[in-house]
Design a protein around this ligand. Structure first.
Ligand SMILES: [Zn+2]
Length: 294
């Protein structure tokens, strides 16, 4: 990635901040050029609305000199504008499609050295409807983007992008009854302008669509059922390991060259198959058992 391209990317944002009424606005909904009356959400210097024929419409810093000075500060202004617009557009309710949540536990069987795995599913993919939605709320002492409710369960949405990852507090919250999902905005940087042009949609529509329906950008951070599902999977895995070990022991018992059958006796009434005597070829010890192969 060349330095020139980076500069261009950083200066283009789909939503400008109007300081008069303190709202974010789509570049489609403002007068052209400096008359847009918007500022950069990061550095607060004026933006111009570029609504040309050829390029996708966007806001850019009005003064290149100023932008060169504030470049570091404005590195994430694209994401800031998108994140703030997302917060702004969300009303009291939010429909959001969530991805499936799966994980796997694994263990090495001591005898065989085989790694055994037990995949488990915490939830299927589904669409939920959050009510009593609050934006810019505090959860576990951390500012989060959205908090809403499904019946009595609290649900948290946290937007991530380069320079903004999920805080540790959300990964193991003290409140075990809440769900936390991260929505990555990374992909939008590369697609929002193009998609809007291709589909003749506003940037707001592309953002709404991304937030509500895109699954690949969403990742479960915490699910209230995770621990109990993991525990069940671990129990299943232990059974798997035990059965694999027993099979392994039996296989050695019957097939190892260090023991051999040497005498077939009469069949006692309560044992399936003939009673067989065994002799260890290493220590010479002898024992009896069922000759039936399991
Ligand atoms: Zn700026």
């Amino acid at each position: 990635m060349g330095a020139g391209r980076v500069t261009v990317d950083f200066s283009l944002i789909p939503f400008g901040f109007n300081p008069v009424d303190e709202t974010f606005v789509d570049v489609r909904d403002v007068p052209r050029g400096a008359k847009c009356g918007c500022v950069c959400p990061s550095c607060k210097t004026p933006l111009i609305a570029r609504q040309g024929e050829e390029k996708e419409w966007h806001f850019a810093h009005a003064s290149r000199t100023v932008y060169q000075r504030t470049q570091k500060e404005c590195e994430y202004s694209f994401y800031l504008s998108v994140r703030m617009m997302a917060r702004q557009m969300i009303g009291n309710k939010l429909n959001i499609r969530l991805p499936e949540y799966t994980d796997v536990v694994s263990k090495v069987a001591p005898l065989s050295g085989d790694t055994l795995r037990e995949p488990f599913r915490i939830t299927a993919s589904k669409e939920i409807c959050l009510s009593d939605v609050e934006v810019e709320a505090i959860f576990e002492g951390v500012p989060v983007d959205i908090v809403g409710y499904i019946n009595d369960f609290r649900f948290v949405v946290y937007f991530t992008h380069p320079g903004r990852c999920v805080p540790q507090e959300l990964k193991s919250p003290g409140d075990h009854h809440s769900g936390v999902i991260a929505v990555a905005l990374d992909e939008l940087r590369g697609t929002i302008f193009r998609k809007a042009k291709e589909k003749n949609q506003s940037y707001l529509s592309v953002l709404t669509e991304h937030l509500s329906n895109d699954l690949s950008s969403k990742q479960w951070v915490y699910h209230p059922r995770f621990q109990s599902c993991r525990q069940k999977a671990l129990e299943k895995l232990d059974v798997k390991v035990a059965s694999s070990e027993a099979k392994n022991t039996r296989t050695r018992y019957f097939e190892s060259p260090v023991s051999r059958r040497f005498e077939v006796d009469i069949t006692p009434p309560n044992i399936t198959g003939p009673l067989v005597s065994f002799e260890c070829l290493i220590c010479d010890s002898r024992w009896q058992g069922s000759g039936a192969r399991g």
